[in-house]
Design a protein around this ligand. Sequence first.
Ligand code: C2O
Ligand code: CU
Ligand code: CU
Length: 463
Amino acid sequence: MQRRDFLKMSAAGVTLAGGGSALWAAGADPVVQHLKVQPAQYGLMPGKVTQGMVSLAADAPPPVLRMKQGQAFVANVENGMEDYTAMHWHGLRIPNAMDGVPYLTQFPIAPKEIFQYTFTPPDAGTYWYHPHCMTMTQMALGLTGVLVVEEADDVGFDSEEVLNLRDFRLNGEGQFIDLYTGRGAARGGTHGTVMAVNWQDVQRSDHAAGSLVRMRVAATDTTRIYKLYFVGTDGEIIAWDGHPVDYAVPFPVSGDDPLILSPGQRMDVALRMPSTEGETVKLMARVPGGVRELAVLTSVGQDAGRVLSELKPLPRNPLSEPDLTNPRVEEFVFGWSPEGDLPNNGFCGTLGYTFWSINRKPWAGDASEGTAALARLNLGETVVLRLRNESPNLHPIHLHGLAFRPIRSNKRDVLPNMTDTALLLKDEVLEVALVADNPGKWAFHCHVIEHQKTGLAGYIEVV
Ligand code: C2O
Ligand code: CU
Ligand code: CU
């Protein structure tokens, strides 16, 4: 079906497209949300209102979306913009048709249209959402939000702190400057000028003294690789990219040895608040030339007297374990694009140039029409993806719809925790293993969005 045929099918005005089938079990009411992608303005800098933002509300950041593991969720995503859009649920292993990738899994959502996404999240954990059409522009202007899938049963924390880490490219008046640059797109990406947490300078909040806090941190920036550490308490990294950790991730307590969270990645942290009222726990970031506070949690009231050892391990998600006895290997080379490839100026926007490729094939912007799969995997088989970085730049490589374990690198020891996004270092060859247990065409790309949009993208098909 071509886009124009699709348009013929829609009545004038608001159109309901997409899923719609009843995916939920009889008896359990699905959570239904109406999410309108729309222009917004907000005070990102003190005393200044930033114009031309994109959010799900006219004057607020994209909300934390909450759903429950195993419970149906329905999102009616309305396009209130003048450009096309499509919504992607990063890290959720859901049916391909609900994945939100234009031309690969659905048509872009036209202005005034509604696309109904219906799915049941199989895994608990911290995920996020962002557009996959006009990706560079709409993400840079604000449309990145955290998605929490709660465990079916309570896991014993007293409170929660959700942090959406991202930057904005603003001038001194708090207004947007160019969202991307040719220089940045061809190198490490263009960084924001203003760092933010939940669209503020620093997240400040109070928690009961001596209580246990679950902190969920999502790196939703288009470019920045965060170097994070904690000051003021002991804690534990309990989940990584959504899934409970199988291999301990060291709890970072120093800017000299920070934890790296690259674009698209998340971590869940168990923290114990100090016993004494007024004492603080801080999440810090190392930044060029120094360090910076991102979140300050202050203890209030009487000591609740809780200890981290009271927490039971998080329940495991229903993931298939790769069988490494004799896996098939698929090779991927991430590098420059061959000369002469022109970007495709489709409905979903182009930056106007092509710099990057996977296996020498650049992907044309967000629009994939006419591009073949980079690899075809058989449903249920274990495959090792050998990811080779031919460039001096870092690439957080993300695969939709499936979870994988990093198993080997020529540069370092890797922690084989289940993930959907792995940072590929300069000249690194990283092997990751997965079970191809979810059929469909799964986007596979760098999460530095300027790289994604200038060629470093493609898809893997599971049949
Ligand atoms: Cu955050 Cu294609 O994904
Ligand atoms: Cu994704
Ligand atoms: Cu990249």
